[in-house]
Design a protein around this ligand. Structure first.
Ligand SMILES: Cc1cc2nc3c(=O)[nH]c(=O)nc-3n(C[C@H](O)[C@H](O)[C@H](O)COP(=O)(O)O)c2cc1C
Length: 161
């Protein structure tokens, strides 16, 4: 395979940029992710791919729930994405100074998100260096219907290839 072409073409896939919320027991967390896509209308299903050695993976494996926070294409939105790229260790409680609520699943729903949905995991696929979680959407909320969602391209970062 042409490795350069593989990296370039995979990086040319179009992505949004989100904060994945997780919960296991009393512990909550948030992390930035772009590998997120809807996979079914009925039932409403969404797939997310999570680094095998991340803290988020441990929480989703344990709690079997996650949220997807959609972030605005704005200075404030970029700051949220930059904050949640940090690993849980050594930063520990990334949500400590965050304004958020919870709903049916208990996962964090950021006040700074333009909309959110929350899922219950229906299937997990152990793949390579990431775990693929298929979640059924069980709750959703909209805080700014007209806002423009941030994309990976607009952020100017890469995660792929
Ligand atoms: C642009 C960008 C996109 C990312 N997308 C993902 C992703 O889709 N899945 C993932 O597991 N990690 C992704 N990451 C990496 C995580 O945000 C990062 O490993 C984070 O520190 C994990 O947080 P945690 O330790 O709280 O779980 C991405 C990082 C960047 C910079």
């Amino acid at each position: 395979m042409n490795e350069g072409a593989k990296a370039t073409s995979l990086n040319q896939l179009g992505y949004g940029l989100y904060v994945i919320g997780s919960k296991f027991g009393e512990e909550l967390n948030g992390m930035t992710a772009n590998w997120v896509t809807q996979t079914s209308f009925e039932p409403p299903l969404v797939a997310i791919s999570i680094e095998s050695d991340s803290h988020t993976r441990k929480l989703i494996d344990g709690g079997q729930v996650f949220s997807v926070n959609i972030i605005e294409d704005s200075e404030e939105g970029r700051a949220i994405i930059a904050k949640y790229v940090k690993p849980q260790k050594p930063y520990r409680n990334k949500l400590g100074d965050e304004d958020f609520t919870t709903n049916l699943t208990g996962t964090p729903l950021l006040a700074g998100a333009i909309s959110w949905f929350e899922c219950e995991v229906v299937q997990t696929l152990e793949t390579g260096d990431h775990q693929l979680y298929l979640g059924r959407v069980v709750g959703a909320g909209v805080q700014q219907a007209d806002a423009v969602p941030l994309t990976l391209k607009r952020m100017g970062w890469d995660y792929g290839g």
